[in-house]
Ligand binder design. Structure first.
Ligand code: ADP
Length: 416
């Protein structure tokens, strides 16, 4: 069987060697080779770039290039073509190095016959094709690898994004749960407050209503026989009871508003010194107690941007308690002190004091200390005072000792 003709590039500067090789090739019965002969590497690279070849026969000592770098350069120009190196008898080392640089085989000049030459050319072609296929598979593998890496990266990215949105969802759910829990707790608090209000109000309402009823019946039936003084006492009892009822209604309203987060906050410039002095006068007029209230301050005027209505409520409740829970003729100290960024108000009495175990719950609505005895009250005053302080982002503290006295300290920030 005749094998299809092979196109061989012969790079050889020695014309005798070139002719010999031509002749050797022509001797072949079954392989027809067409030989293109050049003498320089430069020309070889030129023809390689212009046409197709099946193999290269390469001499290593050309006029324009010597040694194994000839192989490297040729291999670089035609990486898929088999190169069979032609060397001298003593050049085995160089020939081996040429194989390392990309040559497929080597032949020793003077020892070449047709069989050897064709076998070297055919083997070279086979090996070069196998190598080409191998390179191709490697490239494919590399591409697949890159594609795979890309896909893994994409999926990792997708997963990362999913994870991220899942985390945000979890956080959002936790926030909603927290809000719900908070709303539920608030709801519970409000319903507890409502039932407390009902029980305290109904209880607290009975006494003044009974007073009003009995005093008005007495006036209706017997007032024509009474002295002016006796009439005045009963009218005052009725007025006191009405005042008490009004106060109770007001307290309940303020507290339920505050609990619902609807306590109005209308700050304006207030002269605290004047406000405190007015409050003391008003209290001494309405309470008519024998307590004296000493007012200590560091100057004649302290202007602050606060809510006057809430401050009145706050200080009145604290002063009123100091009066209520300390013996008559005792002195109550009302101190006002201010700094660059805060105001401190202290109300101090030498009264019955508050047991330590009651102090932590004192600001809860309806809470009353265990030692109040028969002193009347609703447990709303301090809860309201606390709401007024909170609305100003301030703080309220109590220090007390049973039998010694009590001091409430209110700190309000000046710049909000
Ligand atoms: P009320 O005075 O109507 O009972 P408050 O809320 O004003 O309610 O006060 C809660 C409780 O704190 C009082 O019942 C009392 O036990 C205690 N308390 C408040 N102020 C004083 C004080 N200055 N001295 C002693 N106990 C006080």
């Amino acid at each position: 069987m005749k094998i299809s003709p092979l196109k061989i590039l012969l790079v050889e500067d020695n014309p005798a060697d070139a002719d010999l090789l031509q002749e050797i090739l022509e001797e072949s019965d079954d392989t027809h080779c067409s030989l293109v002969h050049v003498e320089r590497l430069k020309d070889a690279l030129q023809v390689l770039s212009e046409g197709h070849f099946d193999a290269i026969l390469l001499d290593l000592s050309l006029p324009d290039k010597q040694g194994v770098s000839t192989v490297a350069q040729t291999h670089e120009a035609a990486p898929d073509l088999p190169i069979v190196v032609l060397t001298g008898l003593n050049d085995r080392v160089i020939a081996l190095e040429a194989l390392r640089q990309g040559a497929q085989d080597y032949l020793i000049k003077g020892k070449i016959d047709t069989n050897l030459l064709l076998r070297a050319i055919h083997h070279g072609i086979e090996r070069a094709q196998t190598l080409k296929k191998l390179r191709h598979s490697e490239e494919q593998l590399q591409r697949l690898n890159e594609e795979l890496e890309h896909r893994v990266e994409e999926q990792t990215d997708e997963l990362r994004q999913k994870n991220h949105s899942l985390q945000s969802e979890i956080i959002e759910r936790q926030r909603l749960e927290e809000e719900l829990r908070h709303a539920l707790a608030k709801e519970k608090e409000l319903s507890a407050l409502k039932s407390n209000i009902i029980s305290v109000v109904s209880h607290e309402y009975r006494t003044p209503l009974a007073t009003i009823l009995s005093s008005s019946e007495l006036i209706e039936n017997y007032s024509d026989k009474w002295s002016q003084e006796k009439k005045r006492i009963h009218f005052q009892r009725i007025q006191g009871a009405v005042h008490h009822l009004t106060q109770l209604v007001n307290d309940v309203l303020v507290l339920s508003k505050a609990e619902a987060g609807k306590l109005d906050f209308n700050p304006s410039i207030v002269n605290l010194v004047v406000l405190c002095q007015e409050l003391i006068e008003e209290l001494q007029l309405t309470v008519k107690s024998k307590h004296s209230i000493s007012f200590e301050t560091q100057g004649a005027s302290c202007s602050a941007y606060l809510d006057e209505k809430l401050l009145r409520q706050l200080f009145t409740n604290l002063l009123w308690n100091a009066i209520k829970y300390s013996p008559e003729e005792n002195q109550i100290q009302f101190r006002l002190e201010w700094m660059q960024n805060q105001v401190i108000v202290q109300i101090c009495d030498r009264g019955m004091g508050i047991p330590t175990e009651d102090q932590s719950q004192l600001f809860d609505a309806f809470y009353r200390a265990s030692n109040v005895g028969t002193i009347s009250g609703t447990g709303l005053g301090l809860a309201i005072a606390k709401k007024c302080v909170d609305r100003h982002d301030g703080r309220i503290m109590v220090e007390s000792e049973v039998g010694v006295g009590t001091m409430f300290t209110v700190t309000l920030p000046l710049s909000r």
